[in-house]
Design a binder for this molecule. Sequence first.
Ligand code: MD5
Ligand code: FE
Length: 217
Amino acid sequence: RLVRPGAVHVPGWLTLEQQRWIVGRFGEWTQGPVPLRAATLPGGHQMSVRTVCLGWHWQPYRYSRTATDVNGLPVLDFPEWMVRLGKQAVAAAYSPDLGVDESLIGLSRDYAPDAALVNYYGDGAAMGMHQDKDEHSNAPVVSLSIGDTCIFRFGNTESRTKPYTDLELRSGDLFVFGGPSRFAYHGIPKVLPDTAPEGCGLDRGRINITMRVTGLS
Ligand code: MD5
Ligand code: FE
């Protein structure tokens, strides 16, 4: 499950009970100060994925404390339980028995995410190839998937084109992107409808939570 240096996939890391609980929190976040929204890119295109943020609000291409591109309200705090879950995620992925590089082992102790982008993929939603480089930190990104299975396209750090690797991310899967994989191009070419497991708490679509260290204060 070491997919590449610094990139670790842990299938089925979240239990169904944890998934249901997180879906419950998602329902609350979407009823919070800033609703789920599809960001509009500087070129005028609207994304098909809708996002709600915790800790810091992401807008193309910067972080802010208030959602100046939506309704001007401050975003919800980054929850303490998610800091703990993020540390546990990095510890689970960067474990010596998975063959992870020495330099990444022990990183979980100091890992303190301060922003989460919670993406919702409805019917037909997809995400084009991009790098996550709006953070002023090279700390790992933790990704959690709930609901329908998706195709995740894991590219290279040079360009958004080939070579890339396609893999499936299923409900409950953890992926940690750090070290040499932190700034790889990646995207979600498609979500496979009606593939969510019974009991994950999500009827349709896919949720992805990414925890990040913004490096901002
Ligand atoms: C998703 N989200 O499934 C993906 C999972 C995003 C986003 O891409 O920016 O919201 S996160 C995948 C990721 C993050 C950081 C680095 C790499 C992949 N990578 O090096 O491949 O909604
Ligand atoms: Fe990304």
